[in-house]
Ligand binder design. Structure first.
Ligand SMILES: NC(=O)c1ccc[n+]([C@@H]2O[C@H](COP(=O)([O-])OP(=O)(O)OC[C@H]3O[C@@H](n4cnc5c(N)ncnc54)[C@H](OP(=O)(O)O)[C@@H]3O)[C@@H](O)[C@H]2O)c1
Length: 351
């Protein structure tokens, strides 16, 4: 049998389309696996990297964060996986800068600690919606001590428990507001918070109430309702729980203004942002920005993801929309995501 060969959708220069061509065949170093990708998912970060070169450390680059496929090779000390295992994982080219660590290729290197076995009953196209969203949600919820994501900008430190396989999970009597509950990271944060016993009140469009409820939100408030800020405040008060704060998955000036209005009425709290937080906040507001590559997620990858998928406790939400089959479709998928999606994750299959 001929030796396998690799191809990738290369980013050769900021602001130019991806170019599909040959790529070196990656090998697995210590603590790593090589995955033959069956599906990859598209994230907003990817088109930021394509259009502006944000975070690109090495040109030409292979970017992309989410993969699902079969293990092709394991590194010398990797015991959790073997060749042929079905897996999902979070590719971290963002941090390493190495092309072989980008998802937009036929073969990708993953850190074994950022991967999990995908149960047979879950398809690659469903499973691939999960990886970066999982790591983001754990970074929103479970960091205990603030770090620094960029000069002067702290990471959040909510110190919440990890998600539990227990069913039902006991309440910790805390309520978190998730703003943008239909987004990929908002929906996953809702799922993992709920699985940690935290009550979630979600802010989402009326057309996406069902998704937010399926993710675990106990109440969903429509962000297009003129009085939604007051409705969120009333909903939090009704719980009688300790109010933790807001995860603003959208993090734009309009949402920040609403966040601060909610926090002002509820006596302050955490304001966890997916982008740099607003600079002028009252002293009772603790702003933070997530950076979704962090070893804090390792126990979730190792002990939670596979079992929770097996039992159905972890759901593949938002559902995928398949853009096409082949690396050539990644460019189109990036354009579609940049134009905006509603309650779905764009996926390209590679089979
Ligand atoms: N810092 C990090 O480490 C990190 C990690 C991951 C993601 N991010 C960032 O997090 C953001 C979300 O990423 P994602 O992949 O989750 O996005 P996404 O799934 O593509 O977000 C789309 C969803 O956002 C909703 N939405 C848009 N504007 C809204 C608003 N004003 N209020 C409420 N909902 C709104 C849309 O709902 P409608 O249908 O109602 O329009 C849609 O369902 C991106 O900016 C991404 O770059 C940051």
């Amino acid at each position: 049998m001929a030796a396998p060969t690799n191809r990738a959708a290369w980013l050769t220069k900021a602001g130019t389309p991806l170019e599909v061509s040959d790529a070196p065949m990656p090998t697995a170093g210590p603590g790593q696996i090589v995955v033959k990708n069956a599906a990859i998912a598209i994230n907003p970060l990817d088109w930021h990297m394509r259009d502006r070169g944000d975070f690109v450390q090495q040109w030409p680059a292979i970017v992309g964060c989410d993969v699902a496929g079969k293990v092709h090779e394991t590194g010398p000390d990797v015991g959790r996986f073997k060749k042929g295992d079905r897996v999902i994982g979070h590719a971290i080219n963002l941090v390493t800068g190495r092309p072989q660590d980008g998802a937009f290729a036929l073969y990708t290197v993953l850190q074994a600690d950022k991967a999990a076995i995908l149960p047979d009953k879950v398809s690659f196209t469903d499973g691939v919606v999960l990886p970066i969203a999982i790591e983001t949600a754990v970074c929103v919820l479970s960091l205990k001590v603030p770090g620094e994501v960029m000069p002067g900008v702290a990471t959040p430190a909510l110190g919440m428990p990890y998600p539990s396989l227990e069913e039902p999970v006991p309440s910790v009597n805390k309520t978190l507001v998730v703003y943008g509950g239909s987004s990929s990271v908002g929906s996953m944060t809702t799922q993992l918070a709920t699985a940690a016993g935290i009550n979630v009140i979600s802010i989402a469009g009326a057309h996406n109430f069902d998704l937010s409820k399926r993710s675990g939100a106990t109440e969903v408030i429509n962000y297009k309702d003129a009085t939604f800020v007051d409705k969120v405040v009333e909903a939090v008060r009704r719980t009688g729980h300790e109010f933790v704060g807001i995860f603003d998955a959208i993090s734009i000036p309009e949402t920040y203004a609403n966040d601060l209005a909610i926090l002002a009425q509820l006596g302050g709290g955490h304001l966890v942002c997916s982008h740099p937080p607003p600079s002028d906040v009252p002293v009772n507001v603790k702003p933070g920005m997530i950076f979704a590559v962090n070893d804090i997620a390792t126990p979730v990858w190792k002990d939670y993801v596979t079992s929770a998928l097996q039992t159905g406790k972890l759901q593949c939400l938002p559902p995928p929309t398949i853009v096409g089959n082949g690396l050539e479709y990644i460019q189109e998928a990036l354009d579609k995501l940049k134009a905006g999606v509603s309650a779905t994750k764009l996926v390209v299959t590679l089979q």
